[in-house]
Design a protein around this ligand. Structure first.
Ligand code: GLV
Length: 326
């Protein structure tokens, strides 16, 4: 047997990245894209030194205990709420994520979802395909204005900032944001964005865009009370994580037209979708594809691979999410 480190690739990824990893490691890949249970994942990880994960494999105490040889988990996602970071640190397991490479692509998608939602593109397409279009009508699928409106961004990290620039420079929008910490003045000026309280943002934004990471504290950042604060004409876009929005409360607000529309790329308990969301017309639903272009998905897997390579070459991880004691 070779003395190369042994790694597992937990889901199918771009073949060129598998090939690159094969030059450095003894690789077990999963190009058939089997979705393993946590127990099956632990089984597949026996004897492996590292693993390349997507954001869907939970790395917790149970798994770490079952896989004592594991040294590093490289997520090909910027979000890493699938990691129990303290448990990984306690077990001496390095975690890495995949920031930056997906920023612009994800911001493009946030904007696409905003446009589709505000301008009712999916709803009107279904109407046309169903053969219901008989004539022009002055308010047929009349939607909400995007240009010149107020964009409220909750979560002003790299992706939030890229969305702010699209709104401010491309669409002449007034951009307000709320974030754990305020950006410095130069960055605010570059994004043409003003810091406001969450309450002020919800009350004034025509379009509310969620781009914050999921943490237990952020669960249901948008629930019944927050939806009630929004304008009845407003749209809500979630490209962040399921669970940041209370999906049941949102479906109710949409049905009662307490807000105009929503665009959701992520869901509580995905890939399951709250059944009530499937029956309301004023919501655009996409299957967690904000970073899904061929180039970006390859770059995300490539960065996860670079993290594994750098780590096992003793150069340290490139984009660590935890600091291990030496
Ligand atoms: C995708 O959701 C990511 O976190 O990269």
């Amino acid at each position: 047997m070779s003395n190369k480190p042994r790694i597992l690739i937990a889901r199918a990824i771009s073949p060129e990245v598998v090939q690159r990893l094969q030059q450095h490691f003894e690789v077990q890949s999963n190009q058939d894209d089997v979705v393993w249970t946590p127990e099956e994942l632990a089984q597949q990880l026996q004897g492996k030194d590292g693993v390349l994960t997507t954001g869907s494999q939970r790395i917790d105490t149970q798994l770490l205990t079952a896989c004592p040889q594991l040294r590093i988990v490289a997520n090909m996602a910027v979000g890493y709420n699938n990691f129990d970071v303290p448990a990984m640190t306690a077990a001496g397991v390095q975690g890495t994520n995949a920031p930056d490479v997906l920023t612009e692509t994800t911001a493009d998608f946030g904007f696409a979802l905003l446009m589709a939602t505000a301008r009712r593109i999916c709803e009107s397409e279904h109407y046309l395909r169903a053969g219901l279009w008989k004539d022009w009508h002055y308010d047929l699928f009349a939607g909400a204005e995007v240009h010149g409106s107020t964009l409220g961004i909750i979560g002003m990290g790299r992706i939030g900032q890229a969305i702010a620039k699209r709104g401010a420079y491309g669409f002449g929008m007034k951009v307000v944001y709320h974030n754990r910490s305020r950006l410095d003045a130069a960055l605010e000026a570059e994004c043409k964005a003003s810091y406001v309280s969450k309450e002020e943002l919800l009350k004034t934004a025509d379009h509310v865009m969620l781009v914050l990471p999921f943490t237990p504290e952020n669960r249901h950042t948008i629930g019944e009370a927050e939806l009630a604060q929004m304008k009845p004409t407003a749209t809500l876009i979630n490209i962040a994580r399921g669970g940041i929005v209370d999906d049941a409360a949102l479906a109710k607000a949409l049905r009662e037209q307490r807000i105009a529309a929503a665009g959701l790329d992520v869901f509580e308990g995905e890939p399951a979708v709250h059944p009530d969301l499937l029956t309301v017309p004023n919501v655009v639903l996409t299957p967690h594809i904000a970073s899904a272009t061929k180039g970006t998905r390859t770059a995300m897997a490539g960065l996860a691979a670079d993290n594994l390579i750098s780590y096992f070459e003793g150069k340290g991880p490139l984009t660590p999410v935890n600091q291990l004691a030496r």
